[in-house]
Every structure is written in C-alpha cells, then in structure tokens.
Design a protein around this ligand. Structure first.
Ligand code: AP5
Length: 226
C-alpha cells in the first residue's frame, strides 16, 4: 500500500509525475486542482465558492478543501493507495491529513519535492495545454499531442488553463512561497521529505521517484520486521 505526496511550485510537474506514478503502481491519482476544476465546470456549490479564488490564483480556503479531500480520500480506489497532487498545500492541510492517517492507522511512504527554477516554471506554464475531459497534460515544446490541439488519450479539444495569464501565475507563485513552502520544513522534520531535481526530463524524474519509493517501502518493511 503506497501513499505519496507530490510537492512543488506551479508547473513543477506534480500532475505529470503523479499521473505516471499512479499508472505504474496501480494507485489513485488524486489531484485537488482537477477536482476543483471539475466542480467549477459542473457548477456545483463547491465550484461556485472556489472559482473566484482560483481565477485570482489564490488558494481556496482550507475549510472547503478539507471537506472535499476527506470525501475523495474515503472513496474505494483510495484504499489501494494514492499519489496526492496539490494537497496538502498549507500546514493546516498537512495536519488534517496527518490526523486522518493516524485515525486510519496508515502512514505516508514519502513526500517528493520537485525542485524547478522560476524561469523554467514560467516557460512550462505558458506552453502547457490540458485536456478538459480526461485531464491529460501536454507541453507544446516537448510533449505535444500527435494531432495539434487534440488529446491523444480521448480525442477532446485541448485548452489552456484560465489561471495561466502572467499576473495570475505571479499570484500563484507568491502564494506558493508564502503558504506551501513551509511544508518543506514540516515534512523534513518527519524525515519523509525527498528533494528531486524536477528539471531532468519527465522519464528521469519518474525513475528517481520510483527509486525513492522503493527504498522507502523497503525501509518501512525492515522497521516492521525489527
Ligand atoms: P493546481 O491545479 O494544483 O495547480 P498548481 O499547483 O499551480 O500546479 P500546476 O497544475 O500548475 O502544475 P504541476 O506541478 O501539476 O505541473 P504539470 O505536471 O502540469 O491548483 C490550481 C488552483 O486550485 C490553485 O491555484 C488554487 O486556487 C486551487 N487549489 C488546488 N489545490 C488546492 C489546495 N490544496 N488548497 C487550496 N487551493 C487549492 O507540468 C507543467 C508543464 O510542464 C506541463 O506542460 C508538463 O508537460 C511540463 N513538464 C512536466 N514535467 C516536465 C519535465 N520534467 N521537463 C519538461 N517539462 C515538464
């Protein structure tokens, strides 16, 4: 059973890696941003409340996120393990996740921090296209779809996210530095944090995460036997 958290600034590759890891390991890919965008698209009460924050590039208030994630983590597929992408993102969210894990007598295997410099983040975000139907992620420069503007996986028309305008990206990066970076120390203290160079190419990053996850699992098994 594997539970992983992907941490990193906007555009660092959390979604790309969480999706690949989930496929490879047969675990759920749980992306708070995808769940929120789905709610906005469907016009749910949560979507209506979250949309103004997302459009400005600000974090959605913790109380909305915590209810949403508690519900998602209770779904059957999460029982097989998960890769969390975009959650937790504040210390309050990390504490809530820890309480839930304690209650369920579960633990995280590892927290992976994808380190990418800001110039590269800005380049990636301006060239990203996503599928609004199946959430597949593309990059015009290096991971373009086979047919221009069309999702390889499901054939839907690709879009650019609404929060990709430069001023909104700036707000997202500032919010990350203020609210999410403190989580690095939070997880350093629990010895769960692993820092990975997020610039080395998608496959190389995945191989590095895979290595960390295997080592963490072996270490945990060793501790249980001792
Ligand atoms: P969310 O959807 O989570 O966005 P984010 O964290 O800003 O991250 P991104 O999705 O932009 O980037 P990513 O790290 O997943 O990178 P990706 O793999 O796409 O959140 C959106 C909004 O929802 C927030 O602003 C907030 O309002 C709200 N929200 C969500 N969760 C919340 C929470 N917990 N609390 C409060 N509010 C919340 O990759 C980026 C691009 O780079 C792609 O084009 C990809 O193809 C490319 N790429 C990836 N890896 C590589 C590589 N190694 N080399 C070259 N290119 C690469």
């Amino acid at each position: 059973m594997m539970r992983i958290v992907l941490l990193g600034p906007p555009g660092s590759g959390k979604g790309t890696q969480a999706s690949a890891l989930a496929r490879r390991r047969g675990i759920a890919h749980i992306a708070s941003g995808d769940i929120l965008r789905g709610n906005v698209k469907e016009g749910t009460e949560l979507g209506r409340r979250a949309a103004p924050y997302m459009e400005r590039g600000e974090l959605v208030p913790d109380e909305l996120i915590l209810d949403m994630m508690a519900e998602r983590l209770a779904e059957p597929d999460a029982a097989e393990g998960y890769a969390l992408d975009g959650f937790p993102r504040t210390v309050a969210q990390a504490e809530a996740l820890d309480s839930r894990l304690l209650e369920m007598r579960q633990r995280l295997e590892a927290v992976i921090y994808l380190e990418v410099p800001e110039t590269e983040l800005l380049r990636r975000l301006s060239g990203r296209r996503i599928c609004p139907n199946c959430n597949a992620i593309y990059q015009l420069a290096t991971m373009a779809p086979k047919r221009e503007g069309i999702c390889d996986a499901c054939g839907a028309e690709l879009i650019q996210r609404k929060d990709e305008q430069p001023e909104v990206v700036r707000t997202r990066l500032q919010g990350y530095a203020r609210e999410t970076e403190p989580l690095l120390d939070y997880y350093r203290r629990t010895r769960l944090l692993h820092e990975v160079d997020g610039t080395i190419g998608v496959r190389s990053v995945l191989a590095e995460i895979d290595r960390i996850v295997k080592e963490s699992a072996a270490e945990a098994a060793g501790k249980r036997e001792a």
